[in-house]
Design a protein around this ligand. Structure first.
Ligand SMILES: [Zn+2]
Length: 240
């Protein structure tokens, strides 16, 4: 689904611990420099991603870069498979790098009670998470010269090194899990899954300073009505 001149979303349906859901993987398209995939879904989604690319006239070979917003398993799940299929470069923040590469265990681990209720396949993913070599560390404030300029905004809180992207020409924030959304309304990130909520709210304050026309949240999808005002309101509320 095209949401602006350079940004598409590839909605992927799956089932998480909370039940059936849609993951809004996104794609930044540059006619000359190829496509940049932002996050990769859960493990085993390569074929679904390829099918979603096909619907917009692209294929896996068009993906030149993969930007990872953070290392949660629903974001890095299919990273190794897509790297293998595309040879794409992998980019993330300095804070996320050791987790994406598998040098450190994931920041969020299931409790013994959660493990007891998990299917063996899911336990195996936690115990041996997907990983890939990071080719480029993205710095806070860095501007990537693709699609008319893509600004990197460090948005820690949900995880230690979470990053968001601002596609300048389109006024689109790709927020990963720095924000959620429901029916076109922005929300704070999922509280139980957010390591440091006060930090997450401060990060929303950074996003609230951008000239935003739309936000694409990984869980919940597109918010394009009063997006800047909604960001400012969330940033101003007392942290829960
Ligand atoms: Zn997530």
């Amino acid at each position: 689904m095209k949401i602006s001149d350079h940004v598409y979303t590839l909605p992927l349906s799956t089932t998480l611990g909370s039940g059936p859901t849609t993951l809004f993987v996104s794609l930044i398209v540059d006619d000359v420099q190829g496509a940049t995939l932002v996050d990769t879904g859960v493990p085993g989604m390569k074929d679904k991603i390829e099918a979603a690319l096909g619907e917009i006239g692209l294929g896996l070979s068009d993906i030149k870069r993969i930007i990872i917003t953070h290392h949660d398993l629903d974001h890095i799940g299919s990273l190794p498979d897509i790297v293998e299929a595309t040879g794409a470069q992998v980019l993330t923040s300095a804070g996320e790098l050791p987790y994406v590469q598998g040098d450190l265990p994931g920041q969020k681990q299931p409790t013994p009670e959660m493990r007891a209720g998990m299917p063996p396949q899911m336990l195996a993913v936690f115990d041996n998470p997907p990983k890939a070599r990071v080719d480029q560390v993205l710095q806070d404030g860095e501007r990537l010269d693709i699609a008319g300029g893509v600004r990197v905004v460090y948005t820690p809180g949900h995880t230690v090194g979470h990053l968001s992207l601002f596609v300048e020409a389109d006024g689109v924030v790709i927020s990963g899990d720095a924000l959620g959304s429901a029916d076109g309304t922005l929300t704070l990130p999922w509280p139980q899954g957010t390591a440091d909520m006060p930090e997450a709210v401060r990060s929303i304050g950074k996003l609230a300073q951008l000239p935003t026309r739309a936000v694409l949240a990984y869980h919940g999808g597109l918010v394009n009505e009063n997006a800047a005002q909604q960001l400012q309101a969330l940033a101003a509320q007392p942290s829960p």
